[in-house]
Design a binder for this molecule. Sequence first.
Ligand code: SF4
Ligand code: SF4
Ligand code: FES
Length: 249
Amino acid sequence: MTDRNFKVWRGDADSGEFIAYQVEVGEGMVVLDAIHRIQTEHANDLAVRWNCKAGKCGSCGVEIDGKPKLACMTRLSDYDPADTVTVQPLKTFPTIRDLVTDVSWNYEQNKRIAPFRPGSPGPDGQHRMQQEDVDRVQEFRKCIECFLCQDVCHVLRDHGKRDRFVGPRFMIRIASLEMHPLDVEDRVPATKSEFGSGYCNITRCCTEVCPEHIGITDNAIIPMKERVVDRFYDPIAWLLRKLFRSQKT
Ligand code: SF4
Ligand code: SF4
Ligand code: FES
């Protein structure tokens, strides 16, 4: 066991400051363990949201040394023992108290996306899908809604364009529905207008922080941007759609 130094942001929606704490840590401990030890030994009113402690519920997202991470999956051994580890709430969302933020805006975005709408079954009454189509959307289902990608996206974080861009997590949701082989809803016009796909400049910061290693930018956002370009900016595709009355690309 060794003593380690932490600076934890304490405060509420109106004001706050970093408070220094020192606790003993042992081998294998993660940042969430240290926060719990700080609660036990120094500050039993320190607010932190967590649930599974297994990287699966997505609730313990914080910024550790300025980077969005899951507190329960970030080992203290990743940091130099001589350095102070800084823990603060996700910057993109309003702070409720200490390390807990109000992420309800994200749930509102989810409600805006048209849900799955299956087409007609085949002549035998069955819906069928190719395995490669299943595999393509399966990756997106791994999302644990930790919103680390939403936190790091500069469109939301630095430019505050929440009214224009739905964010990477919900570009994934749109892609998972649009690429679903049985879905017949058309979300491409809304992807361009209401959901603001054009605001993403494919910096891949969201992909870098995703704890589930989802290819957010390359596998979801870029294909959706391509569909928007094909629909609205490709004159040949536009003409073919007019001739064949096809809606979904
Ligand atoms: S790639 Fe797009 S969605 Fe992801 S962080 Fe960059 S701007 Fe945001
Ligand atoms: S895509 Fe990754 S970073 Fe974004 S909410 Fe889902 S799991 Fe978290
Ligand atoms: S506590 Fe569930 S992901 Fe960290």
